[in-house]
Design a protein around this ligand. Structure first.
Ligand code: MTE
Ligand code: LUZ
Ligand code: MOS
Length: 756
């Protein structure tokens, strides 16, 4: 029953493969192609870089190094610690040392092998704890404190401590990093980039070329996936393409091959963490202490912001009266780790859950009993000082327990495990609480530009980048509903720095919240003007309660008038009324004081609870997530179908992170798992047999556009439940053996535990 509206929402043309990504854009005659010469090992001093042979190779136009950069050789966004092209030293394998520009991408890559690099290998560090011990931190450590853990320990009947190591994760967006830079007249540079942050690309190119921002136009139609991997790390490739285009006065394209993308670019941060948790005899958590060692890689990138979100999510969906959370941002010689769905929160929430699971194991109690007893209630305070408002933690939990008959299920899992020797099942409940807003308050703003044309069609531009998450579909619906017209009339334009300025990245799950609201505000202005025109056309007083409903003007007493949308627009134009509007939205009421580490950083929180079941084949070490059932708080969904897609995708991506995606490096710090063959992500066969989604009803959210809630990142963290379900099945097979908390839980690790 694929209705027309569904086909429409799925963007039929997109599904047919007609969408154009950067690498599909038709090229102007004379366009050149660039490729990067990467650093060969994790750390070294450049003695000499001999380009002569490569320069003479077939098709090669030019080779650029740091010395050719006209402006600043600097692309660091939060901290200025990252060069575009290495100068003197390099800090990770894959760091760009030189840029080759040739007639074709093949010729550029072939000639790279002719570059002769003489270098001195320097000792490299890959372990964040070692980096921390050596004092190699990107910024001073930060600590969030609530109450007083020291004096709380004395009141605890149980105290359990442990260590958690979580692995990185490759984004594996289908479209690799890519940019096309086209020099235009009078010093204008037009750049088509696969980026989540058009304005950061614009700003960085201006800096690298030594020109002003109004000379750089960045245009983004859509991304073939970003997942955070293009929040900061699309910039380097766009800046390299722009550098070559600027120097040569010709269009230059740089599109990474898959293995280059996997080797050169950053991923989700691996963390190593220590925890101690204290509970009273009845299972109330009295104290929680946690230390996070974040493996940041060789440059800051977004790591300080990610570290901050880790701290904000240290206690997940629980109220704990005494908390001390410390985080170290550790510099290592790996490609700078970067944003990835969840942005440091999944790593923190994994540790919190591990602490509860280990405490329950030590106490011989059901994990869910402890979880439930400590769930956040209305008005409870987070360690960062914000109060939980409209707290729906218990509502989601209770409903999840009910729809899943948790007690019955737990009983059946126990029965199954007693009656099966070589097969075990595990069950875990995972509550989530995710703060919505960029933790850096100034980023919480967006702009929109709306035009209505004389035929009644509408064009809308915002700061939102479409990357498959459906933000364009949502903006289109917001515009259509605000103007009272069919979505068919509304076209969402590319994201362009000349139509909307100073954009925040499309990230932190707030793309639709911020840009939807800005678009709504612009439409409200146009609607106000149109209704004044309508009153005049219909000979009514301007105070009459008029509205536009189903493409026609209607009023309280008379109902629908015969003044249609198209006639109204023509009348407005004849009366010389402005049919365009620009609006700006800034999230109200948020602030954070980094001196005190207290404030109200989030506009609101997203809540939910998942019940996860896993089955373990103990002979083969193969774990299967059989079922994930979720009760989730979507607010009032703008587009339920899009939101369902986000839920399913997030859950599966989270399960992939924790159960199968494993990054392997050589002793020199070279990525070994650099292809689809060596890096395993969830496929159709490994997704859960059942993903059962329920959404809270009557759950309007006053803090976001049309009562909705952000959806992009929160579901990712339900994957943590699947991890603990598998782990429980493992313990059912060998209850006597200590079980380390490391991820991913691959078949290899499972087998070693079961039979090692
Ligand atoms: N869904 C798809 N299909 N592709 C993506 O790249 N990125 C995720 C999420 N869902 C992503 C996705 C991430 S990391 C974020 S922050 C949000 O979408 C961003 O979009 P939003 O703010 O519009 O939700
Ligand atoms: N990016 C950012 C993010 O700069 N700040 C954030 O708080 C954030 N959160 C999630 C994803 N990206
Ligand atoms: Mo998402 S990690 O905020 O791009």
């Amino acid at each position: 029953m694929i209705s027309q509206t569904l086909a429409d929402r799925l963007e039929a043309a997109h599904a047919r493969g007609e969408s154009r990504f950067v690498d599909d854009l038709p090229l102007a005659e004379g366009t050149l192609h660039a490729a990067v010469f990467p650093a060969p090992c994790a750390k070294g001093l450049i003695r000499s870089l001999d380009l002569k042979k490569a320069e003479r190779a077939a098709g090669v136009f030019s080779i650029f190094t740091a010395a050719d950069i006209p402006g600043e050789n600097q692309i660091g966004n939060i901290i200025a610690d990252e060069s575009l092209l290495a100068d003197g030293e390099f800090h990770y394998a894959g760091q760009p040392l030189a840029l080759v520009v040739a007639r074709s991408a093949e010729e550029a890559r072939r000639s790279i092998r002719l570059i002769e690099l003489a270098f001195e290998r320097l000792p490299a560090v890959f372990d964040p704890r070692l980096a921390c011990a050596a004092g190699d931190l990107i910024l001073p450590p930060r600590t969030f404190v609530l109450g007083d853990v020291e004096s709380a320990w004395a009141h605890c009947a149980h105290r359990v401590s442990g260590r958690v190591d979580s692995g990185g994760q490759e984004h594996l967006y289908l479209e690799t990093q890519a940019a096309l830079a086209v020099p235009s007249e009078r010093g204008r540079m037009v750049v088509f980039s696969s980026t989540q942050s058009p304005s950061v690309v614009q700003k960085t190119i201006a800096r690298v070329l030594g020109i002003s921002q109004n000379q750089v136009e960045v245009d983004v139609r859509r991304l073939g996936g970003g997942f955070g991997g293009k929040e900061d790390q699309a910039t380097a490739w766009a800046a390299l393409a722009a550098l070559a285009a600027w120097k040569l006065g010709r269009p230059v394209k740089l599109a990474l091959r898959r293995h280059e993308d996997m080797r050169f670019t950053g991923k989700r941060h691996p963390y190593s963490s220590d925890f101690a948790i204290g509970l009273d005899a009845r299972g109330k958590i009295l104290a929680y202490e946690v230390t996070f060692y974040q493996n940041a890689g060789a440059a800051a990138d977004l790591s300080p912001a990610i570290l901050e979100r880790t701290l904000f999510h240290a206690s997940n969906s629980y109220f704990i009266p005494n908390v001390r959370a410390t985080a170290y941002c550790c510099r290592t010689n790996l490609p700078p780790y970067t944003a990835f769905r969840g942005f440091g929160a999944p790593q923190a929430m994994l540790v919190m859950e591990a602490a509860i699971v280990e405490a329950a194991w030590a106490m011989g109690t059901d994990v869910a009993v402890i979880q439930e007893k400590n769930l956040l209630r209305e008005g409870d305070v987070f360690p960062y000082g914000q109060e939980a408002k409209n707290c729906r933690a218990l509502r989601c939990w209770d409903q999840a327990v009910k729809v899943n008959d948790l007690q019955g299920r737990r009983f059946r899992v126990g029965e199954f495990n007693r009656s099966h020797r070589w097969e075990k099942k595990g069950l875990a409940v995972m509550p989530i609480c995710f703060g919505i807003s960029f933790t850096s308050t100034p980023l919480n703003q967006a702009g929109a530009l709306v035009h209505v044309y004389t035929d009644g069609s509408v064009s809308v531009s915002t700061a939102a980048v479409e990357m498959g998450q459906g933000v364009n579909a949502k903006v289109r619906l917001v515009v259509a509903r605000t103007l009272g017209i069919s979505p068919q009339r509304v076209r969402v334009e590319s994201t362009n720095t000349m139509r909307v300025a100073n954009m925040s990245p499309t990230a932190a799950s707030v793309g639709a919240d911020l840009n939807g609201r800005a678009a709504q505000m612009a439409c409200q202005m146009i609607r106000g003007r149109l209704l004044r025109v309508a009153a005049e056309e219909l000979g009514l007083s301007p105070t009459e309660n008029l509205a536009i409903v189903d493409e026609a003007v209607s009023h309280d007493r008379g109902g629908k008038s015969d003044l249609s949308w198209e006639r109204l627009i023509r009348a407005a134009f004849s009366r010389r009324v402005n049919l365009s509007a620009q609006a700006h939205y800034a999230t109200p009421g948020i602030h954070f004081d980094r001196q005190r580490e207290k404030g109200r950083p989030f506009a609101y929180h997203v809540f939910g609870t998942a019940v996860c079941e896993a089955n373990l084949d103990c002979l083969r070490g193969i774990a299967r997530v059989e079922r994930v059932s979720v009760v989730h708080d979507l607010g009032r969904s703008i587009d339920p179908l899009v939101d369902r897609g986000q839920m399913e995708g997030g859950i599966v991506q989270g399960i992939g992170w924790l159960t199968m995606e494993e990054l392997l490096y050589s002793p020199e710090g070279l990525l070994i798992s650099d292809s689809f063959g060596t890096y395993k992500v969830p496929d159709l066969r490994s997704v859960p047999d059942e993903i059962d989604l329920h959404f809270l009803e009557d759950a309007d959210n006053p803090e976001a556009v049309m009562g909705s809630k952000a959806v992009g990142e929160p579901p990712f963290m339900y994957g943590i439940g699947a991890y603990f379900a598998i782990r429980e099945a493992m313990r059912a097979f060998r209850p006597d053996k200590p079980l380390a908390i490391t991820t991913p839980l691959t078949s290899e690790k499972i087998l070693l535990f079961l039979h090692g």
